[in-house]
Design a protein around this ligand. Sequence first.
Ligand code: NAD
Length: 419
Amino acid sequence: MSEITPYQIAIEQLERAARIAEIDPQAIEILKHPQRVIRVSIPVRMDNGSIKVFTGYRSQHNNALGPYKGGVRYHPNVTMDEVIALSMWMTWKVSLAGLPLGGGKGGVAVNPKELSKGELERLTRGYVRAIAPFIGPDVDVPAPDVGTDAQVMAWFLDEYEKVVRATRKGVVTSKPVELGGSLGRIYSTGYGVAVITREAVKEFLEEKSPEELTVAIQGYGNVGSYTAIFLHEMGFKIVAVSDSKGGIYSKDGLDPKKVLEHKKKTRSVVGYKEAKTITNKELLELDIDILIPAALENVITSENMKNIKAKLIVEGANGPTTPEAEEYLFKEKKSLVVPDFLANAGGVIVSFFEQVQNWTWTQWSEDEVKRRLEAQMITAFKKVVDEWNRLDKKVVLRDAAMSIAVRRVADAMKLRGWY
Ligand code: NAD
């Protein structure tokens, strides 16, 4: 039996949102298809003198609300199907966040760890030359994703500006600050997850203050570690965190900054002296109030859903909860899952701020970035809660969020006369 593909999942989610939000089927028919998918061949001169040809993609799902926006992934398993699905998910994410942007995504089928720095640079420049006619600061704006980083974005910018023979800083985001990157981008996703967690506590666990609530975080990379640091600052007690090597637990609470120092020195949170070691499985099933998966997809599943005790799950990672587990937690345990495309939107919101700064040749202070990010996240969260109340709290939060996101795009398409 063949496995269900990411694109099929994306279509099913769209159809479900269409039913719940009662969206015109003509709009849904348009939204099932990306507006444009570019497939390119990228010949790269390898260090040994040979030529290797890589395949790259850029999917532009929908630009009814504004220029396409979405990362570029370098991973051996990148396929056209996956890139299309990811671009559709970006459309919903930027729509829900209230941004004037559309959804896009790119990728190259390559294992970047097997390339030298020079090969990676030549691959990036080749990809940019191939897709340059279809992107631009007011057309389509890529960013990093799995396997790409600020250095790749710096090469990206440089090559694009050579092709168009002009300064176009806003063609990519998450650039190094020296090249027009925004202050605060590095911790923006984690900060956003922390803000959403705080707001969700006020809304759904209102009888408790942060000091009375315990939190466990799976994953201590960019998203997990900054989420922990900001939640700690807000007064929450972080009792457990983990990474790929295992987890740590302290019932009195951890100091996230000290844990990060330990991880930087030893490459893992495990071994931190003021805590006991636990497994990743144990972390997910702890008797805590709030669980934040911030590592991988598919970690809360039919296998462990019965043992999950947290009343609130905030998805820092993309896709950590399977639909079956989410439905079970909601119906049987009265636990709520704050969906990924709301909770982890901080990164793309600050990416948009970077575009605005580039368009206006300005640099905002870190405080300004944080203040605006917080306001944008709270607005999105409140919209989801209002929609959830409108739907009589009968559906999972993800359905309410999808309804808002899809409706906003459908309304923009209607006004443009697309259907
Ligand atoms: P990262 O590589 O910086 O960190 C990932 C962390 O997960 C590491 O600590 C790693 O050790 C840990 N991990 C790996 N396997 C694990 C396992 N089996 N059990 C427990 N921990 C494990 O990545 P990141 O940027 O923090 O991204 C994490 C998730 O958040 C991903 O799903 C990503 O798509 C999503 N996300 C990231 C951003 C962003 O701005 N970085 C934005 C939106 C969504």
